[in-house]
Design a protein around this ligand. Structure first.
Ligand code: ADP
Ligand code: MG
Length: 722
């Protein structure tokens, strides 16, 4: 039986895999529209319908998106998950796991399905990423290893350049022959032959130059693809507590890889190819004119190099400063765009403008100095080149007229060649600027590479099929950077299925505790054990699938409402989404939006109110139906009516065996829990059954209120009078 019997079906599967599939690694190596069309044109047109050519299409695809070459088998085993399964007449599915009931959970273009066996003829292959996790310890190492992969392209380009430079000799030899042979002998036929020859050489030179730029474009594009993939991948894997706070500067630094790529593309060619050719041209000059004729351009070459190197440090330092200033500028810009309302409302516009102007001033003055020095370097190079030329012509003329060492034609050939000897020097200042940019980018990216990653130090994070939703915290301590301790929990157990509320004053570490429980933050000391396993050893993917975490301030991601509701979830049908929306009341918002679920949420996700955003986030968790619910003040921005509705839904939706940890200030929500923990930065001060803790809290409050009733009233009166 054939795997595919028509092209459209194959195309549909490939389209789903590369454009729509939200599972890693396909989600992170999604092809651009252009790349997909390119792939389609190259590999999906005029294809034969035998299985071998069908499977070879996948081989090409895997190579393109950085997966290991697929090994097709007719059996599937649990150890090889996730795998791809291609079933005759049905097409492609990704087999994710074997559930406890023994069924295979699969996801394909048509959604999720569970099956106990696969049809005869199904072909399987394991999905493995080629780029092994954590293989690069620094940004420098990553840049180097990707650039070295371009060896093939560099060799082709070098060969082309070699030929181009040899062909370039033809014009100078042509002039030499014309002056020495043709003119003295009136040899018209020699002239015709020489002219035709040199014309062909010039055309060949052009063709080679075009080919070289095509080869280099390909190398650059392939480096770009790998660099941008690696950088974003690394960024995504930084553990949340390690992420720097300055978003704008961080984004500018991440973007800096382009300047490294640019430097590699220009400089590699320069040093490998153009620079060595200076010596080649010098030796040709020596061959034609003798040692003394070669010495002149050689001396000027050394002088030019010395001047260029003299400017090197200045240009590099200034470039580094200018890049740092423009990164800071971007940081300020991002911050202001994000908080423009706060800035305006608090009248901080002027001070922001001053900061901005100061940074602009820095960047401008650095840029002017860079231009100044690089132009100066260029002018000096041009001056030296001209001196070299006239010295050569003068000494050459002496040799031609007074000795037999050099002919007239030889002198002309040498004067043409001499410009080639010094030409590469002119490119140096620009390369120094690029190097300055690349250097600071590598430095910044190295710092980003040093940040701890998810599952730091674990070579193969665990993803067990079943994790019991119970926590055990031992000596857990967490602090933000160098600031004082935000969380201190010597001992805490939360049983599977328990419903717990965490109370505490603002800044007592409640939100921090939820982040630690979700595994997003790693405690500096102690262990958070989830279902018997250290939470930092469990893969992020697995944690995200069993834990539903609702942060205190929810943000939406650009995309449609549907995208936001199914973020990270696999195989969710529209009816599931609509059912959840109906429960939470989000359907009112969706129905009133002109495009319903397809309504676009713009970048930054600010088109909804705080309460609506919270409602969206809760709806998403309802759809996900996780084993562990970590909710941080879920109804903080809601009216009483919506709040009560949410409480009712949570009450009915969270099952007996699911665990709930809830942070709240609202008494109404306490109906959802049986146990209350009262938190302070120093540690847990109360922990027990709801009723007991509430009574104790009421007692404490009464005791505290007595001596304190008088002063606040007085203050109040003062304020009113003033
Ligand atoms: P709660 O949710 O109980 O109000 P948090 O857990 O958010 O408190 O914060 C606990 C402490 O940690 C506070 O003192 C706060 O200032 C500090 N904190 C919170 N987030 C950060 C952060 N991103 N960087 C530095 N300090 C932080
Ligand atoms: Mg909080």
């Amino acid at each position: 039986m054939q795997l595919y019997n028509d092209n459209e079906k194959l195309k549909k599967d490939i389209y789903w895999l590369t454009q729509e599939c939200s599972l890693p690694p396909f989600s992170s190596s999604r092809l651009s529209k252009h790349a997909f069309l390119d792939f389609e044109k190259k590999f999906l047109k005029d294809i034969k319908f035998d299985d071998k050519s069908m499977l070879s299409v996948y081989e090409k695809l895997f190579e393109l998106i950085g997966l290991k070459k697929p090994k097709w088998t007719s059996e599937i085993s649990k150890e090889n998950l996730p795998s791809i399964a291609i079933t005759p007449n049905e097409g492609l599915n990704i087999v994710l796991e074997k559930t406890t009931s023994g069924a295979w959970r699969c996801v394909g273009a048509k959604g999720t399905k569970h099956c106990f066996s696969f049809d005869a003829g199904t072909q399987f292959c394991e999905i493995r990423e080629e780029r092994v996790k954590g293989v690069h310890n620094s940004a420098y190492e990553m840049f180097k290893s990707v650039a070295l992969k371009q060896k093939k392209h560099i060799i082709y380009a070098a060969t082309a350049t070699l030929t181009i430079n040899i062909l370039a000799l033809s014009t100078s030899f042509f002039s030499m022959q014309v002056y020495d042979r043709v003119i003295p002998t009136n040899g018209t036929s020699t002239l015709i032959a020489l002219t035709v020859g040199v014309a062909i050489a010039i055309i060949l030179e052009m063709i080679l130059k075009i080919s070289r730029s095509v080869i280099l474009d390909e190398a650059t594009a392939s480096m770009d693809r790998s660099y941008s993939h690696n950088i974003f991948d690394r960024f995504l894997k930084i553990r949340s507590d390690a992420l720097p706070n300055s978003i704008g500067t961080l984004s500018a630094q991440l973007q800096g890889y382009t300047s490294v790529r640019q430097f590699i593309a220009t400089a590699a060619l320069y040093f490998i190819i153009d620079f060595p050719f200076t010596l080649f041209f010098l030796s040709v000059i020596v061959m034609i004119g003798g040692f003394d004729m070669g010495l002149i351009p050689f001396i000027f070459l050394i002088l030019s190099l010395i001047t260029a190197l003299f400017f090197k440090n200045k240009i590099e330092v200034l470039t580094e400063q200018s890049v740092a200033a423009s990164n800071k500028k971007l940081g300020l810009l991002v911050e202001n765009v994000e908080n423009s309302v706060v800035v305006k409302a608090s009248g901080a516009g002027y001070s922001m403008q001053n900061k901005w102007n100061a940074l602009t001033e820095d960047a401008i003055s650095d840029d002017i100095s860079i231009r100044h020095y690089s132009e100066l370097a260029l002018y000096i190079a041009a001056l030296l080149q001209q001196f070299s030329y006239i010295s050569l012509v003068a000494w050459g003329a002496y040799l031609v007229s007074m000795t037999d060492q050099l002919t007239m034609g030889g002198l002309i050939a040498i004067s043409i060649l001499s410009s080639r000897v010094l030409a590469p020097i002119a490119a140096l200042p620009n390369i120094f600027i690029q190097w300055g940019r690349a250097k600071i980018s590598i430095k910044d990216l190295n710092n980003i590479y040093m940040l701890p990653q998810e599952n730091e130090g674990i070579s193969k994070p665990l993803a067990p099929e079943f994790i019991e939703p119970k926590y055990s915290l031992k000596d857990v301590k967490f602090a933000y950077g160098d600031s004082r301790q935000a969380l201190n929990i010597p001992n805490l157990n939360i049983a599977a299925g328990e419903k717990v509320a965490i109370l505490g004053m603002i800044g007592s570490g409640k939100s921090t505790m939820l982040k630690v429980l979700s595994g997003l933050y790693a405690s500096q000391e102690g262990h958070v054990i989830l279902g018997g396993i250290d939470i930092q050893h469990i893969s992020r993917h697995k944690l995200s699938s069993i834990i539903g975490y609702l942060p205190q301030s929810t943000k939406l991601i650009s995309g449609t409402i549907r995208d936001n509701l199914t973020l990270g979830l696999v195989g969710v049908s529209d009816s599931q989404i609509l059912e959840a929306c109906k429960k939470t009341g989000l359907n009112i918002l969706i129905n009133s939006a002109p495009k319903g679920l397809d309504t676009i949420i713009p970048e930054g996700g600010n088109s909804l109110s705080g309460g609506q955003k919270q409602l969206m986030a809760i709806t998403r968790i309802l759809i996900a139906n996780p084993k562990i619910w970590l909710l941080d003040e879920p109804t903080a921005n809601m009216d009483d009516f919506t709040e009560n509705k949410i409480i009712r839904i949570l009450n009915s939706q969270i099952t007996k065996d699911q665990t709930l940890v809830l942070v709240t200030h609202k008494p109404a929500l306490l109906g959802l829990v049986d146990r209350i923990i009262v938190l302070t930065p120093q540690g847990i001060v109360m922990d027990g059954p709801k009723k007991l803790v509430l009574e104790k809290l009421a007692e404490n409050q009464k005791a505290r209120r007595k001596p304190q009733t008088q002063p606040p009233v007085q203050t109040q009166t003062n304020v009113t009078k003033g």
